[in-house]
Design a protein around this ligand. Structure first.
Ligand code: SAM
Length: 285
């Protein structure tokens, strides 16, 4: 069944009484070259299992199932159930779990369904939960090798921006702390049905076991990073002082100890700089 064919999709919708829910980010892929590319570049192959978030009509699910040993997909919309029963009928290595991914214990799910197998995450993410899903996978240190996801183009640029450059933000720092992000390819808005107002891009985050940083207090590290970027173009000493309740004069000394200018802005700092600052602040308490 050619799930990128608009006629096929419309027929499925009609027969099963399905209509799009905009608030769930339901923009389904209809460009036939995109899903095979996501699966290939996402590392789907024999010996690997894939976790998908958001099946839609199963267009990407099929490509994952063709290449991987096993696919488990989490989909919130039970209205898609009869459609998926039809579109995925020929794949006996796919299981769809109908649940909200944000309410799902993903670590338990991966362990239960995939055991010790190598796991990759592949998804065309609903835009409204892009950052929370990515950060959950990373922060919970899910046992996955890589995360290959389609996101809005602007989000892709932010996520892949290197710390210490003008485009970076707290999200880029978080992503770079846990992984090596790479923008794989762009996808124009005409590749979706319905067509969204913005273009998209596919990114891959290769999870790193060792980021080369020696951060003893990760909670403090991310509090500092988040506070620093609240006023990204201004001196970061002020929001950090407010967040941590450390007087500015005292904080200025700690900045100096970490080799950071008192006037520094968050976008000028590398992760190593943030780690040094965290060490200096943590050591002073
Ligand atoms: N993979 C399909 C494709 O590429 O055509 C669908 C992608 S569509 C952008 C996002 C999908 O995620 C939809 O099927 C939507 O119902 C589902 N979704 C939205 N919010 C979700 C959530 N909180 N948990 C699980 N799935 C969700």
């Amino acid at each position: 069944m050619q799930l990128t064919n608009i006629g096929v999709i419309k027929d499925l919708f009609e027969r099963h009484g399905f209509s799009f829910t905009k608030s769930l980010g339901q923009n389904f892929l209809i460009n036939p070259s995109v899903c095979p590319k996501i699966a290939e570049m996402g590392g789907c192959k024999s010996g690997v299992c894939a976790l998908e978030i958001g099946t839609g009509v199963g267009v990407l699910t099929q490509e994952l199932a063709k290449r991987c040993d096993k696919v488990v997909a989490v989909e919130i919309d039970t209205g898609l159930k009869p459609i998926l029963e039809e579109t995925l009928a020929e794949y006996d290595n796919v299981e769809v779990v109908f649940a909200d991914v944000m309410e799902t214990d993903l670590k338990a799910l991966i362990t239960e369904k995939f055991g010790d197998s190598e796991v990759v995450v592949c998804a065309n993410l609903p835009y409204y939960i892009t950052s929370p899903v990515i950060m959950r996978v990373l922060e919970e240190r899910l046992p996955v090798k890589a995360l290959t996801v389609m996101v809005q183009k602007e989000a892709a640029d932010r996520i892949c921006a290197k710390p210490g450059t003008r485009d970076c933000g707290a999200l880029s720092c978080g992503v770079s702390y846990y992984s090596e992000p790479k923008l794989l390819f762009k996808v124009n808005r005409g590749s979706f049905m319905p067509s969204p107002n913005v273009d998209s891009a596919v990114i891959r985050l290769d999870i790193t076991d060792d980021n080369g940083l020696d951060v003893k207090d990760e909670k403090l590290f991310f509090r500092i990073v988040k506070a620093a970027f609240t006023q990204r173009r201004k001196q970061m000493i002020n929001p950090i002082s407010a967040e941590l309740g450390i007087p500015k004069a005292e904080l200025a000394e700690l900045f100096g100890g970490a080799g950071i200018k008192q006037t520094a802005r968050a976008e000028e700092l590398t992760l190593k700089n943030f780690a040094a600052l965290c060490e200096a602040i943590g050591g002073s308490r």
